[in-house]
Design a protein. Structure first.
Length: 381
């Protein structure tokens, strides 16, 4: 895999324009990315951010990692397959949808290679839950479901009754006290997984930025913590959640994320002394990672000087002359549900025109230390 990408690099007319590769997050690709960066320190080789988030859905589908989500996924797949595979069952539910809701709704089919599709499968079931339950208690149900796949399991999940005589399972003791019914579990799973889907959509936008990765992942880790901290949530629904998010972040994290995040002026913040890059939002190791990643862009003989400039960036507030520009660069507006930020050209221009001469008093050679990393920060992927 490494050799394939080296061959691609050799075919370029100008290798100086190459700043790295983006690949899927397979083990072979991960090893290739590591070797490519070791051989070419100025390259940034990263896994696809959207693919990494999609793999979280794959994790939640594994019993050994999170029992309740894997069970909900399995039941949801069974139900949507039963509906889509049986014309009579589908017609009965559609007639009730039309009667009660004024329209018919379809049901997404599970696609094994598209892990995030499970959110759509569950959402489609959940929005039509009343129609599905109503279909199961009609006089027609026994007839239309006679040849349907898993008809009894479908009935039990839809109605919350574990068998048609109304007796509970679990040795006659009924549903365990800490166990929600299927529809409650579906709603809980949607609450857990919807932000992941939103992150995927954000990273599949027209021009996602590498500098987005740290704030998006930070939000995801906080979401996991908040989910398990819900008051009254039974323990079985907490087990494995934080561990899955944390493991994925650790596996896919790249030092270039921290470097890009620090140098994108959109994420700068203001304190009592002035505007600063967001060093305080990164842990000590991530700050170290950013520094090392940045220094890799600098020739060996210039790294001591570059390290001093990095320390200046870390310790000094920006010059007051650029405060007005920072208000514009950090401004975010929501229009029709979409967050509008300062254009990439404006963010790059701030470094070129104002930050270098006015903020850090850098001479042009020193400013050039930051140019490659700035390009990475504002790189689409």
């Amino acid at each position: 895999m490494k050799n394939i990408h080296l061959e691609i690099a050799e075919e370029l007319s100008s290798q100086e324009e190459l700043i790295g590769f983006i690949m899927d997050n397979t083990k072979a690709n991960a090893n290739a990315m590591k070797m490519l960066e070791e051989q070419n320190p100025a390259w940034v080789c990263i896994g696809c951010g959207a693919h990494a988030f999609a793999l979280i859905f794959k994790d939640f589908n594994k019993l050994l990692k999170c029992v309740w989500t894997a069970e909900v996924f399995a039941t949801a797949r069974m139900m949507t397959n039963t509906i889509n595979d049986s014309e009579k069952v589908r017609a009965l539910i559609a007639s009730i949808q039309e009667r009660d809701c004024g329209q018919r709704r379809g049901f997404s089919a599970h696609v094994p290679t598209r892990f995030a599709i499970m959110l759509f499968v569950m959402s489609d079931l959940h929005v039509s839950r009343d129609s599905i339950k109503a279909a199961c208690i009609t006089d027609e149900w026994s007839t239309v479901s006679k040849h349907a796949t898993h008809a009894d399991d479908f009935y039990q999940a839809a109605t919350g009754v574990l068998n048609r005589q109304g007796n509970g399972g679990n040795g006659g003791r009924g549903r365990p006290a800490d166990r929600l019914n299927f529809w409650e579990e579906v709603a809980l799973a949607i609450k857990l997984l919807q932000p992941i889907s939103d992150a995927i959509h954000q990273l599949e936008a027209d021009r996602p930025m590498l500098s987005q990765m740290m704030p998006i992942w930070t939000a995801m880790l906080k979401h996991a913590d908040a989910f398990v901290a819900q008051e009254g949530l039974p323990k079985r629904y907490k087990k494995g959640v934080v561990e899955i998010f944390s493991a994925r972040f650790t596996k896919h994290y790249r030092p270039a994320w921290s470097a890009a995040y620090l140098l994108d002026p959109m994420y700068f913040s203001k304190d009592e002394y002035g505007w600063r890059p967001p060093f305080s939002t990164l842990c000590a190791q991530q700050q170290k990672d950013a520094k090392e990643r940045i220094l890799h862009f600098v020739p060996v003989e210039k790294r001591t000087e570059a390290a001093a400039e990095f320390l200046k960036l870390q310790l000094m507030a920006l010059h007051p002359d650029i405060f007005e520009a920072m208000e514009t660069l950090t401004n975010r507006q929501v229009v029709d549900g979409k967050v509008i930020t300062a254009p990439v050209a404006m963010r790059a221009g701030w470094w070129r025109v104002q930050a270098a001469p006015a903020g850090f008093k850098m001479s042009r050679p020193r400013y050039l230390f930051w140019v490659p990393v700035l390009l990475v920060a504002l790189m689409s992927f």
